[in-house]
Design a protein around this ligand. Sequence first.
Ligand code: UPG
Length: 495
Amino acid sequence: SNVVEQTPVPGFDLFRLKMRKEDCSTASIAAFENNYKSLVNGETGMIPEDAITPASGLPTYESTRGAAARLPGKGIAELLSQTAVVKLNGGLGTSMGLEKAKSLLPVRGNDTTFLDLIGRQVEHMRKQHGAPNLKFLLMNSFSTSDDTKEFFGGRFPQLQWTELMQNMSPKIDKATKTPAVFEENPKLEWCPPGHGDIYPALLGTGTLDRLLEDGVKYLFVSNSDNLGATLDLDLLAYFANESGAPFLMEVCERTESDKKGGHLAVSNATNGLILRESAQCPKEDEGSFQDVTKHRFFNTNNLWVNLVHLKATMSKHGGLLPLPTIFNEKTVDPRNKKTPKVYQLETAMGSAIACFDKAGAVCVPRTRFAPVKTCADLLVLRSDAYTTLPDSRVQLTPCVAKSPVVKLDDDHYKLVDKLDALVEAAPSLSACTKLTVQGPVRFVAGTTLKGSCRIVNHGADAVTLPPKTYVDCDIDLTASATATADNDAAVPSKA
Ligand code: UPG
């Protein structure tokens, strides 16, 4: 192997032993050791405002148009045979109350999930462009692997894909900085190391070497919950043939609603591009972080990676990418605050932008970024504000200029099963600019919302919004709770 031993970090032996016992790869141990070193060195992982300058002067998406047609030789089919598409699929969507991979959620009519659309897109690409060898990988975690395999076995028995299994990291006892022990449930001694784990996972599973042996040089990685992240041929050709960059990040112009995630910046120390995740911003600089006119570009997590450069860069650093560590403080049993305090160390995939000389970023339109982080995002995606194209890409419906801004009451819609119980059919939102729902409101088929709508129910029991067309409305259903008593809600008997 090309992994060079690092200078050992004091106190790390116990972790190394524990990880070797679980058959963790050398690459994953090296990555974890790098993070552990940051912890014992007292690093905070913070990127203060005075260490960075806003990014500017990025190439635009428009400037990449036509790049596929400008390819020399055999053109796009050849380039596709040198390309692999990776979807990050290790997360569970716990914030939406899910215990399964978020990508298994139905997002369009007839039970069509994220993974259905992703699978169909890959099939379409392979067929349409004569590229049957286009590689497709899913990065799974121990929590998503079985369900994902079952899904593809059932719905796409013919589709070729490869699992990239992500690693596990030991949790660290906060008081002693030794491996956390929890005999009641030893599984809770481990945690996922964040999506920056893709690099040690590629190296440690041998996938990186296998891809290179198969002639694959370019990787397109994105979040599986972002249906805008399709394999754009002009971006691929621009990256491979014109940019000269070993690593390219797609960023979008930030709006007021893009307060989470990470933004692009220039490091004052290196003059190179860096990513600052919200977890890496010191409290006192949060104002600057949130100032979307100052830090104008956020990371879509659609990344293009040159695998030859990735391998060389990892080798140069002794078998790892020196990514900044994100420190999470939790209890070893996250549901029991009385259990011992631990650190969970994570890295972010996009922060690798700082590890490559000449890494670049390209500013792409919103169509490249349609993530589902909340049930409000899910509701919009399930509505007619979005359209599924023949190649299974999902985009804003042509007449819709901007995705409607939807705010749902967290008490009643934060979790997917609650959303599903209240929304029997997504309302038409293609002419809606803003929707605010407060209290338990049930939506049934035949409801159209236009302009800016606010619907309120102060009662505890769900009330159905009578199905019809509403334009710029402000409706309080509370009074009608008993009058229009829902079949399912127990309003009459309680009233
Ligand atoms: N994921 C894994 N393994 C992990 C953690 C996450 O596969 O250990 C996957 C997850 O399934 C999802 C993707 O990674 O598909 C992104 O994770 P998520 O938690 O949804 O995103 P954030 O980490 O909050 O943010 C990422 C970038 C951020 C960017 C944002 C855009 O880090 O910079 O702005 O995505 O949505």
